[in-house]
Design a binder for this molecule. Structure first.
Ligand code: COA
Length: 258
């Protein structure tokens, strides 16, 4: 598989040991569909096996990181659909290479939760983080039900996961979800500089050190993803699911009186 070029609205470029993966669906704010998840999973899996990749940099460009899963697909979701995001999440959670994220604009749903698997999260001043799973009638994914409260503390985690409240860039920095905040134009250059610094270090030591840092959490991450997958089914089968999703898409309050 080629580690460069644009396939399925995901751009890949390998330069100086840094594989840059860019979500490139700007007309839908980089909302993710199965082919995009699959392409990103393939790139991360392949990068992990390649001696020429030392670091992965994930971005969505200057305007938006990602608006999350494509909301128009939730209603028709089935096991086959779920396979692509699951493969992507497994790949990013188990990746042995350091991952740097460059985040500008909104990072919603999986746009936020994938960041919990990155080693450095460089964000723009106007970045916004939101996990509106309950608003959509679904539940957290990417082990965020475990990692978000662990990272931020339980109460701030509950504000994000139960109430769907947003975090600004500065709040994300203060709460341990971001490494550094820069003006928009500096985000990508700073993330690239950080990735280049990493790429110049001992590849074996980097891999081994990241593995050691994540080892105590990995079993918890895998178990949380399993729990979330079966909880998703519970939400999807709930009698109010259609009303919750419909209300979210139509931007009106949900009506559970019936
Ligand atoms: N899935 C599918 N389409 C999406 C999308 C998503 N997650 N997010 C945005 N879009 C589409 C919009 O429907 C719109 O399409 P249109 O031009 O055909 O009408 C286009 O992308 C631009 O979105 P818009 O809302 O006009 O941009 P914005 O800059 O005002 O706001 C966001 C950007 C990301 C804050 C906002 O689009 C948003 O909140 N999206 C929903 C995010 C979401 O709930 N994700 C699910 C997480 S689990």
């Amino acid at each position: 598989m080629d580690l460069s070029g644009e396939i399925d609205q995901v751009t890949a470029a390998l330069d100086g040991g840094v594989l840059t993966i860019t979500m490139n669906r700007p007309s839908k704010k980089n909302a993710l569909v199965p082919l995009m998840y699959t392409r990103m999973a393939e790139l991360i899996e392949r990068a992990g096996e390649s001696a020429s990749v030392r670091v992965i940099l994930v971005t969505g460009g200057d305007a938006c990181f990602s608006s999350g899963n494509d909301v128009t697909t939730f209603a028709g979701m089935d096991e086959d659909y779920g396979a692509a995001p699951k493969r992507f999440l497994k790949a990013i959670a188990h990746c042995e290479l350091p991952i740097v994220a460059a985040v500008n604009g909104p990072a919603v749903g999986i746009g936020t939760t994938m960041l919990l698997h990155c080693d450095f999260v460089v964000v723009g001043e106007e970045a916004l983080f939101r996990t509106p799973f309950v608003d959509l009638g679904v539940c957290p994914e990417a082990a965020s039900s475990y990692l978000l409260p662990l990272r931020m503390g339980y109460f701030p985690g509950a504000r994000m996961l139960l109430l769907g409240e947003s975090l600004s860039a500065d709040e994300a920095l203060a709460q341990g979800l971001a490494t550094a905040v820069y003006p928009v134009a500096r985000v990508l250059p700073e993330a690239r500089a950080l990735a280049a610094r990493l790429a110049g270090r001992s590849p074996t030591s980097l891999r081994v050190t990241k593995k050691l840092m994540r080892a105590p959490m990995l079993a918890g991450i895998d178990a949380a993803m399993e729990r979330e997958n079966s909880a998703f089914r519970t939400c999807y089968d709930a009698p109010e699911f259609g009303e919750t999703l419909g209300a979210y898409l139509e931007r009106r309050p949900a009506n559970y009186s019936g």
